[in-house]
Design a protein around this ligand. Structure first.
Ligand code: SF4
Length: 440
């Protein structure tokens, strides 16, 4: 039992990693605000700091300890520190043992208990909570209020795929789908609060399934169709998907549902079947390519996005060339690429033939050059098109606005517009990461 401290009045939630963590960070901020606390102003000290951690990259855990260390003030005092997210889930007790300045450790499925744990900590009681009752969490979260023009909505959590390099099944637990009615309700509140575009989130979002308001079992396409019925909701997106959960209904929805945006993030990780097998991706290069063909058949202008890992244990030069060949064949509008990093407790971490750092660097550079080539080509192909842009915020120049095209490209333009407005823009020039437009 450590000494009591005054209850924190201000807070700061720092989220690292994926959009799911960003969503969780927003929900934790809402929870603390519902307790009467206020978010500390930019640059100001906060009484409570929540480090919402990511466990995906190498040294992720060490990074948490250096972030904790950086919170110590010049006078030796420190804010009340809470560690949340996937590192909290994976290393809870260890953090409590190694970092006495941390008063609260809470996992991704238990952060609905954060306010009471913070109150206990202020009274001197340190606590760890890493249970996995995802359903209880959502039921305990406050109703959504104000929203930006674009909002995230977590519909699915956890993963049952067990790719051999990934910690998510261990840190986020088994796949759960949030109830249809709860999601329709939360989406309605987000739209009433100002959202015009909602991105449905899940580690395996296209595995979502549920019973709709007519008692039918539906998949993600059924949910998207129900949400699209809200006249004030203009756009729907979803991420992150697994190739094996792309249902016929979801593919068809890309051809039929106007509000479902022509953008699909569909990680493949590698372009060689032996590597995919060692990763336990349970699909092949051919099945992935056949899937893309079916999707492009119903939505020829769809923007495809992917994830890649270079240097997976045992990956040969020839196998890496296969990955480059796949990237060339698909011509992604954008893609994320990473060097393999061993995660404690995952099967791949103990596999033989780890690839040297210098070889991984060289492969990553070549892969990113190919990805950037295709991203620029995709943007350049968009020049001359006229499309809708949802205005998200002001640009840095006078009268300039920023928003996203249907293909999730960043677009800037000048003219008479406002945040949350859908405007029509002619795309007049393209760069690697954004396009400029003329208001039509
Ligand atoms: S499907 Fe994604 S989240 Fe699930 S284990 Fe594989 S990489 Fe991890």
């Amino acid at each position: 039992m450590s000494s009591a401290a005054p209850s924190p009045k201000t807070f700061r939630v720092k989220s690292f990693g994926c959009q799911m963590n960003v969503y969780d960070g927003e929900r934790m901020a809402e929870l603390l605000a519902a307790e009467g606390m206020s978010a500390a102003a930019e640059g100001d000290d906060a009484d409570l700091v929540v480090l919402n951690t990511c466990h995906i990259r190498e040294k992720a855990t060490e990074k948490v300890y250096s972030d904790i260390g950086r919170l110590r003030r010049d006078d030796g005092s420190a804010p009340l520190i809470a560690v949340a997210g996937c590192v909290a889930q994976a290393e809870g007790e260890e953090i409590m043992a190694r970092a006495p300045s941390v008063k609260v450790v809470v996992g991704p499925q238990s952060y609905h208990r954060l306010p009471e744990m913070v109150a206990d900590a202020a009274a001197g009681k340190r606590a760890t909570e890493t249970d996995m009752p995802a359903e209880a969490k959502f039921a305990a979260l406050p109703k959504r209020r104000k929203s930006a023009p674009t909002a995230f909505l977590t519909v699915q959590e956890g993963c049952d795929k067990f790719c051999t390099y990934c910690v998510v099944p261990y840190t986020r637990g088994a796949e759960i789908s949030r109830p249809f009615a709860d999601l329709v309700e939360e989406a309605k509140l987000l739209v009433a609060g100002g959202a015009r575009e909602i991105t449905l989130l899940g580690q395996n979002v296209n595995a979502w399934t549920g019973e709709d308001d007519k008692g039918r079992t539906v998949g993600l396409d059924g949910l998207a169709r129900a949400l699209a019925a809200n006249p004030d909701l203009l756009r729907i997106r979803y991420t992150t998907s697994h190739p094996n959960d792309m249902t016929d209904g979801l593919i068809a929805a890309h051809g039929e549902l106007e509000k479902l945006m022509p953008f699909l993030h569909l990680p493949v990780q590698a372009g060689n079947d032996r590597v995919l097998k060692a990763m336990n991706r349970s699909h092949t290069v051919d099945s992935y390519m056949a899937l893309l063909e079916r999707i492009r058949a119903v939505r020829p202008d769809i923007a495809l996005s992917g994830d890649f890992i270079v240097g997976f244990p045992g990956e040969t030069d020839t196998e890496f060339e296969d990955t480059l060949r796949l990237v060339e064949q698909v011509a992604y509008a954008q893609a994320f690429s990473f060097k393999y990093s061993p995660r404690p407790g995952t099967p791949a971490a103990t596999m033989p033939d780890h690839v040297s750092a210098s070889v991984m660097d060289e492969r990553l550079q070549r892969l990113q050059a190919a990805i950037n080539r295709d991203q620029l080509a995709f943007n350049k192909d968009s020049v001359g098109k006229t499309c809708d842009v949802l205005v998200e915020r002001r640009g840095k120049h006078r009268g300039q606005w920023l928003g996203k095209s249907p293909w999730l490209q960043s677009v800037h333009f000048t003219g008479d517009a406002d945040i949350g407005q859908m405007v029509t823009v002619e795309l007049v020039d393209a760069g690697p990461n954004s396009l400029s437009g003329r208001l039509v």
